[in-house]
Design a protein around this ligand. Sequence first.
Ligand code: GRF
Length: 218
Amino acid sequence: MAKLRVGVLASGRGSNLQSLIDQSLSGRIDAEIVLVAGNKADAFALERARQAGIATCVIDHRKFASREAFDTAMVAALREAGVELVVLAGFMRLLSSVFIDAFPQRIMNIHPSLLPAFPGLDVQRKALEYGARFSGCTVHFVDGGLDTGPIIIQSVVPILENDNEESLSARILAQEHLIYPRAVQLFAEGRLRVEGRRVRVLPPADPAEAVLFNPAVD
Ligand code: GRF
């Protein structure tokens, strides 16, 4: 089976990118990361991609007159690489409709809260300050809003008495590294159906219907 061609957009340290690279290289997800693109040349995520032999591209948003012009360049790079699914992994730019319409229901994001609680930035701190008892992380499809798209998968993390922003963020991040590859794999298996706000997860293909060839038939 052909692997899903994934393009990752990242602006920062890239730990979620790394978990996707690791799972892809070990064959635990049926996805190949064909391009890592970013808007910041010094992002460590790009270095991780280079170390894994993955193509990278940097498109500096400051060189574009508008968000739409920047998004058009990004879309062109992703299309050129034959990307089928766009994965946002700490990409610190809002996407315009130019981008979203180019990959309808083919853009995922991960967010370190239990959406719809605490969209936006600094959300681990906000959950602590609010006094929430649980937080977590969410993988969702991207729509035109800020962290508002249909939810694919979530993981719940309890907030402990002595938590600070750093300790809570670390426990949430460990869950992010589990659920993002899982969401990508569900997509790769063609098991996600967006129905309005809800994402239906289809059951796995019946193993009894699977046919194996050895040697492989191509
Ligand atoms: C993660 O907390 C993710 O949920 C948020 O940005 C952070 C990216 O971290 N969208 P990393 O660059 O993947 O380490």
